[in-house]
Design a protein around this ligand. Structure first.
Ligand SMILES: NC(=O)c1ccc[n+]([C@@H]2O[C@H](COP(=O)([O-])OP(=O)(O)OC[C@H]3O[C@@H](n4cnc5c(N)ncnc54)[C@H](O)[C@@H]3O)[C@@H](O)[C@H]2O)c1
Length: 254
């Protein structure tokens, strides 16, 4: 056993979605530091290219796409296999939050966009990645849920919360199905983390209340999450699957 922080990740291919998002950037930097090779994806190619210039190591790739397109998901996995030698780890951070403080303002389009992006895409992306992992008999999938899977969400996030509850159920179902192939599937549940997703349209009074109610006394930073993802993808977590890891500074305790 290599007891370095990123045990087993050196030279492995890690596909990271939402890579230019607040948490995705921190996760990308962290994996690059372990010696892994990264296929980073998000919506904007220029932002991805800039990110790759910032991270250590060589042979990383960046590919802009809308992940809700199945054709794009297929191209992503094909590139991981043909240019980086496979898919060893999938870290799926990409998600959409549309806050509507009055539930009467939630439209069918709001519903469809969040459930499609956060839940439907997650299932098909994981299945495609797992089919590559099965070929080598190992792999790690790290999904992102939220404190809202437990609380129902704050500040108009009921639909988002429902999608993230689905991600927890899905992670458990995938873990049961894929364990026999040596594939672990776990979910990270951040509490409040300072990123565009948290701050967009959030009432400052709710932000302050969340901070006050966090035992560690501050709203988290993306690097408070990235180490947990490295752990889940590394050999240190090889006997953990179907878990939801609460990373909330004690805001929630379960
Ligand atoms: N920030 C928080 O406080 C917080 C709390 C709980 C859970 N989370 C979860 O953590 C994960 C990362 O969140 P974040 O705060 O970094 O958000 P973020 O908004 O900063 O980043 C999300 C990224 O996903 C990308 N994305 C969205 N839709 C996409 C699509 N259809 N195709 C491709 N890319 C798409 C966006 O472009 C963005 O870069 C999310 O799953 C989120 O739900 C965050």
């Amino acid at each position: 056993m290599n007891w370095s922080v990123g045990a087993g990740l050196e030279g492995q291919t890690v596909v990271i979605t939402g890579a230019t998002g607040g948490i995705g950037q921190a996760v990308t930097h962290a994996f690059a530091a372990t010696g892994a090779r990264i296929l980073a994806t998000d919506l904007d190619q220029h932002r991805l290219d800039t990110l790759l210039l910032e991270i250590p190591g060589e042979g990383h790739l960046a590919m802009a796409m809308d992940l809700t397109s199945f054709e794009s998901q297929e191209s992503l996995m094909e590139r991981a296999v043909s240019e980086l030698g496979g898919v060893h780890v999938l870290v799926h951070t990409a998600a959409l939050l549309l806050r509507r403080s009055n539930l009467d303002d939630v439209t069918e389009d709001d519903w469809d966009a969040q459930i499609d992006t956060n839940l439907k895409t997650t299932f098909f992306l994981c299945r495609r990645a797992a089919n590559e992992m099965k070929k080598v008999g190992r792999g790690s999938i790290v999904l992102f849920t939220s404190q809202s899977w437990w609380t129902g969400g704050f500040g108009g996030a009921a639909v988002y919360a429902a999608s993230k509850g689905g991600v927890v159920s899905l992670s458990r179902g995938l873990a049961r199905s894929y364990g026999q192939y040596g594939i672990t599937v776990n979910a990270v549940a951040p509490g409040q983390i300072n990123t565009p997703m948290l701050l967009n349209d959030l009432d400052p009074a709710i932000y302050e209340k969340m901070r006050e109610e966090t035992p560690l006394g501050y709203v988290g930073e993306p690097d408070d999450v990235s180490g947990v993802v490295i752990f889940l993808a590394s050999k240190h977590a090889r006997y953990i699957t179907g878990a939801t890891i609460n990373v909330s500074g004690g805001y929630l305790m379960y």
